[in-house]
Design a protein around this ligand. Structure first.
Ligand code: AMP
Length: 438
């Protein structure tokens, strides 16, 4: 039996990998616009990091992590989210010493042992940003604005921003009491998980996909009635700035997000994809002012968000934004005969050193087969080298855009192609269309 991929994982094949690349290029450009700088942290960390940050009561840590002992007997966890690693690195590398806000972004694989379904896999990819060091409500706004700009840059339209405030610790403590009192009356009707949550972390009940359709759920106390003045002010300033920027949002009083470390602003971004159910949430984030301090670093207010890259791609696919990969090569070399193939390989080496994308045939195909391959690669030029050309140090070159063909000195090949490409980029329109496919 051939070996197959582990359950809940997928291969990104060459037919699709350009979509990932395009998305990365676009979001990284938006990161530049907001001056977020990349940070790369390990995909595995000490298990303790996630237990201390994400929280002992979150499903993600109690049920969904990939934990193992390494050969040295250390307890290791494949990262189930990106923030904890960034926070650990911020402290370990004393990034706070600069005294500035650290605006960071990361991208990479995330691992959660969940029940696989469309838009939910066990290895998936997140693109996230974290702003560490500012308690300003405008920092929350900046992170939300980044998310909206990224979605716009990707071309996604039917996007909704859902937002809520879960307040500071004092507000949440009062709210927690109210929730316990309220849900205790319905304890018998709560699902098994929520019975547990009632004792350990009642806010999570609001997140429950099983209980949230039950009638008693609708009348549960709302956090907005428990926010103290500081929390109310923070939230008001966030909303005012979003209004000022004309960024549309919907306040969802039941939005609490699944992790223990959040406070004040929490938000989610939802794509409007038919038949997508709960998996239409393409990203989410919020403020986490206690995390760095809890991990032993200096008290550092932070706010961040993460996109599910896989879901962004599904959303883009469903909006027809990923139809054309525009991939091309500059030159396909057809070598006719053994000698021509060797000389051809040398010519291609020179072209590539000069920055041109080239390919040739390595299966001894005939002339027709090689022309077909040039077409498949969307070659801008096809260079043809046979015995006669070799004898005369010339090469046949066909411009596949204009269908013009001519014979030129072999050594002029690079100059010939470059001159043509440069003449094209002189026109602003061709420049734009070319950039899109790169
Ligand atoms: P979270 O850290 O749970 O807020 O997740 C951030 C984003 O990652 C979500 O909004 C989803 O788009 C995506 N995501 C979360 N879990 C999965 C999963 N199992 N498979 C694919 N995408 C996921």
């Amino acid at each position: 039996m051939p070996i197959t991929k582990p359950k809940g994982t997928y291969d990104v094949l060459p037919t699709d990998s350009w979509k990932w690349n395009r998305l990365e290029v676009v979001i990284k450009k938006v990161c530049r616009l907001y001056n977020f700088k990349e940070i790369r942290t390990p995909i595995f960390e000490s298990s303790e990091l996630f237990h201390r940050t994400v929280g002992e009561t979150s499903d993600m840590v109690t049920k969904e992590t990939y934990d193992f002992l390494d050969r040295g007997g250390r307890s290791i966890t494949l990262r189930p989210e990106g923030t904890a690693g960034v926070a650990r690195s911020y402290i370990e590398n004393k990034l706070y010493a600069e005294g500035n806000v650290q605006k960071l972004f990361y991208m990479g694989p995330i691992f959660r042992y969940e029940r696989p379904q469309k838009g939910r896999t066990r290895q998936f990819s997140q693109f996230g940003v974290e702003a560490l060091g500012s308690s300003s409500p405008l920092m929350d706004v900046e992170v939300i604005a980044f998310s909206v700009t990224a979605l716009k840059a990707l071309g996604l339209k039917g996007i909704k921003v859902r937002i809520n405030s879960i307040g500071d610790e004092e507000s949440r403590a009062k709210y927690r009491e109210a929730l316990v009192e309220y849900f205790s009356q319905y304890e018998e009707e709560l699902c098994g998980d929520c019975k547990n949550r009632l004792a350990k972390n009642p806010l999570r009940i609001l997140d429950c996909k099983v209980d949230n359709n039950k009638e008693f759920f609708q009348n549960a106390p709302k956090i907005s009635d428990y926010l103290n003045e500081v929390s109310q002010n923070h939230f008001k300033q966030v909303l005012n700035a979003l209004d000022e920027m004309n960024i549309k949002y919907e306040i969802n009083p039941n939005l609490v997000r699944g992790l223990d470390y959040y406070c004040h602003t929490v938000f989610e971004l939802e794509a409007d994809i038919e038949g997508f159910g709960a998996q239409n949430v393409v990203g989410g984030g919020g403020r986490y002012d206690k995390l760095i301090g809890d991990l032993g670093g200096p008290q550092t207010p932070c706010v961040g968000m993460a996109f599910g890259v896989d879901r962004l791609l599904i959303a883009m696919e469903s909006e027809g934004l990923l139809k054309n990969n525009n991939e091309y090569i500059h030159c396909y070399l057809i070598g006719l005969g053994e000698k021509a193939r060797v000389v051809g390989e040398r010519l291609l080496y020179t072209l590539r050193l000069g920055g041109l994308i080239c390919d040739a045939d390595y299966l001894n195909k005939g002339l027709k087969g090689q022309f077909k391959q040039a077409d498949r690669f969307n070659a801008k030029f096809t260079a043809i080298l046979g015995d006669t050309e070799l004898e005369n140090f010339v090469i046949n070159i066909k411009n596949n855009e204009t269908d013009e063909q001519e014979t030129i000195p072999m050594n002029d090949l690079y100059k010939y192609i470059i001159n043509y490409l440069q003449s094209k980029t002189a026109s602003p329109c061709s420049t734009c269309s070319k950039k899109e496919g790169e």
